[in-house]
Design a protein around this ligand. Sequence first.
Ligand SMILES: Cc1cc2nc3c(=O)[nH]c(=O)nc-3n(C[C@H](O)[C@H](O)[C@H](O)COP(=O)(O)OP(=O)(O)OC[C@H]3O[C@@H](n4cnc5c(N)ncnc54)[C@H](O)[C@@H]3O)c2cc1C
Length: 313
Amino acid sequence: PELQVFGPAMVGPVLCTFGTPEQQAQHLPAIRDSSVWWCQGYSEPGAGSDLAALQTMAQDAGDHYRVDGQKIWTSYAHHADWMFCLVRTSREGRKQEGISFLLIDMKTPGVEVQPIRMMDGRHYLNAVFFNDVKVPKANRIGEEGRGWTYAKFLLEHERVENANLRFITQELQKLRRVAGEVRSDGRPLIDDPSFRAEVAAVEVQFKALEIGLLRMLSDMHAGAPAGPGKSSFIKIRGTEIAQRITELLVQASGADAQRYQPGPLFGLGDAGVIGPAHGVGPVATYLFCRAMTIYGGSTEVQKNIMAKHALGL
Ligand SMILES: Cc1cc2nc3c(=O)[nH]c(=O)nc-3n(C[C@H](O)[C@H](O)[C@H](O)COP(=O)(O)OP(=O)(O)OC[C@H]3O[C@@H](n4cnc5c(N)ncnc54)[C@H](O)[C@@H]3O)c2cc1C
């Protein structure tokens, strides 16, 4: 699998900001060179958008916790060495108050990863079960019961990452190339004025997103946090632009894109490509990108956050 963002873009900033010197010394070097892989243990069967409803329980057992419960939709848990995980350490008070943020070694006895197979045949999502898993208290980030604060900080970083700049840049290049190869009415599709205008519109939107993001990163570098409203806006915009480009790629590839070719697409088996190479990926990418509306917090939930934090509603 390709390198994942869970270490460098998600738990890395949390460790830098809230970790102890020992935790930073243990984890940051291996996050920096991606020699150790992380996964995100946030969602549970009854806690997605309403994340604070999570029920995975960590019982105090002296110098360690005993963790029981279940996470779901855990991307790449089957490749991960460590998980950053939200657990409940108390059922008293508001549900946000009893949450703690633990770092769990995936090799600890009692951690079980079960695959969730996708309709396209691939495996990248998992359910993760904890059965009396012993986690040292030294693996807790910050204070017990303050995990919600660290969790939200991480989500702001995740949503800035969800701007998808790298993905959009690659797909735009592909779109220009395919639209230059495919012919429409005897000329390259990119010379069709209406298609060209569609590509130009999405490129302009992308440029605006890039400038907005650079401005935000410069503010963050100067010490101002991204803030929940801004990072939600960036996530929604990046999602919409990425999804629009995948629609245009399907449109540009036309009938060639309609054949499902999992062999060449995912490197499975030795089946050759049927038809032009640009027909292999667009529909699968288009379908996968629908999930961008959901992961990292759904678009509806981001709009709620913007209404509250940016518009003061
Ligand atoms: C491809 C993929 C990868 C993922 N990877 C991970 C991972 O690695 N780790 C992890 O912890 N989680 C992961 N997730 C889970 C993801 O974070 C959740 O799916 C997401 O937060 C939504 O939760 P849910 O699925 O329980 O949907 P629900 O919360 O049940 O939402 C269902 C629908 O109701 C809407 N809705 C819910 N509440 C409101 C509201 N208050 N106002 C308006 N609309 C609302 C939502 O927008 C959505 O359309 C992944 C999900 C996907 C699809």
